[in-house]
Design a binder for this molecule. Structure first.
Ligand code: PMP
Length: 406
């Protein structure tokens, strides 16, 4: 039995007030709040167990190294990876995708090669590929979503040509909430020898993920959306792809030997992890993922599906509100405008006065905004601790915004 009230007690910030009202935190798509055990792990990491990793032969360094390295197994379990050596630590999805762009794609692609992207990708899964377009003459091929925000996997596969070298696609849109059938995309792509990178930033928060079942080549996650510390994260890279990669960043830890005229690299995954990492952040991420798995990803998904249905029915009743992304298979992420043209910042300011935190703006999805013909939306994005009562507060605050702005 999923007891949301018990879960809420694990997150201290949820009991605070904002602008004299109880906080209704609906900006989880931007970053999620942290349970006390993650906060405690971070505090303990600094207060009692801190030293640099991989370097010392002293007690604290060994302790920090064991804890830090132990998180690789947790992430592997969380993602259904066969081998924790396929987990490369990052500071988040942005770094993970840049690692693939610089470390793999720059090695494997040449001028005229094509990368397929959906129109609803986040800038983190667009800009690194634009770098390759600018520097190497790689071509970006865009696949549109339909009017409900659904991405037809067959349309993605139909875009494959003999020059296609990569498909890079999100599993859940951070704006529309659309869940993409990445498994079908990967099966079709694999049959034609095309690697697939999945941006799992939003998906891994809301549903069980198994990279082997998905059949992708790269799967990026970001810790701060997974109830973990900011600047924590990982990318799962299939071993065969790792073997095709050069390191992206150079420095300590990623080398075996350095001489004046020669260097040799460390084995993966450390080959891709240069310099002192986010030691405590990564330890905190391990605790956050254990927490999520303890609650159960299936249970979280079921709770959020109920919240999504409830929110959908409530927002459908507001005929002056346009929800973007009406496809049935979506996560509990709702982007909306009041009159189809804007006021997103005004709406969010009014909601804030009622204690309701949402995001307003472009959401780092330029091509999707162009596709929708919008400058900005307001976005309410839900997490494991949100409740139907909070949806009611959102709706009341929206009614006030409509009264004041309509
Ligand atoms: N992809 C998606 C779908 C996202 O929602 C985000 C964060 N908004 C990112 C990538 C980038 O993640 P980060 O900023 O944590 O690297």
């Amino acid at each position: 039995m999923y007891d949301v009230e018990t879960i809420r007690k694990d997150f201290p910030i949820l009991s605070r007030e904002v602008n004299g009202k109880p906080l209704v935190y609906l900006d989880n798509g931007a970053s999620a709040q942290k349970p006390q055990i993650v906060i405690d792990a971070v505090t303990r990491g600094y207060a009692e167990e801190y030293a640099n990793v991989h370097r010392g032969l002293h007690y604290l360094s060994n302790l920090a190294t064991d804890k830090y390295e132990g998180v690789r197994d947790v992430i592997a379990r969380f993602l259904g990876a066969k081998d924790s050596e396929e987990i490369v630590y990052t500071t988040g999805t942005t770094m993970g995708i840049n690692l693939v762009a610089y470390g793999w794609a720059m090695e494997q692609l040449s001028a005229g090669d094509e990368i397929i992207l959906s129109v609803m990708e986040h800038h983190a899964n667009i800009v690194p590929w634009h770098f390759l377009r600018e520097r190497m003459g790689v071509k970006l091929v865009w696949v549109d979503v339909d009017s409900t925000g659904h991405l037809d996997p067959q349309k993605v596969l139909d875009a494959i040509t003999p020059r296609t070298k990569l498909i890079a696609v999100t599993q859940v849109s951070n704006v529309l909430g659309t869940v993409v059938d990445v498994k079908t995309i990967c099966a079709g792509a694999q049959a034609q020898g095309v690697p697939v990178l999945v941006d799992g930033s939003q998906a891994a928060v809301h549903m069980p993920v198994n990279v082997e079942e998905i059949g992708c080549d790269f799967y990026a996650i970001t810790g701060h959306k997974l109830y973990g510390p900011s600047a924590s994260g990982a990318i799962w890279i299939r071993r065969a792809r790792m073997d095709e990669m050069r390191p992206f960043m150079g420095g300590g830890d990623m080398i075996r030997e350095v001489h004046k005229d020669e260097i040799t690299w460390n084995d993966p995954p450390m080959k891709f992890e240069a310099g002192t990492p986010g030691i405590v952040q990564q330890i905190g991420l391990g605790v956050a993922l254990e927490y999520m798995m303890g609650v159960g990803m299936e249970n979280i998904a079921a709770h959020e599906a109920k919240l999504r249905n409830y929110t959908r029915s409530k927002l459908d009743g507001l005929n002056w509100l346009q929800v973007q992304g009406t496809t049935a298979n979506k996560a509990a992420i709702f982007s909306f405008t009041l009159d189809g043209a804007g006021h997103a910042h005004d709406i969010s300011t009014i909601l804030d006065k009622k204690g309701v935190a949402v995001r307003a703006g472009q959401h780092c999805v330029g091509p999707l905004m162009d596709h929708l013909g919008l400058n900005a939306t307001c976005r309410a994005s839900f997490g494991m601790y949100n409740t139907e009562a909070e949806v009611d507060t959102l709706v009341e605050a929206l009614e006030l915004a409509h009264e004041l702005l309509g």
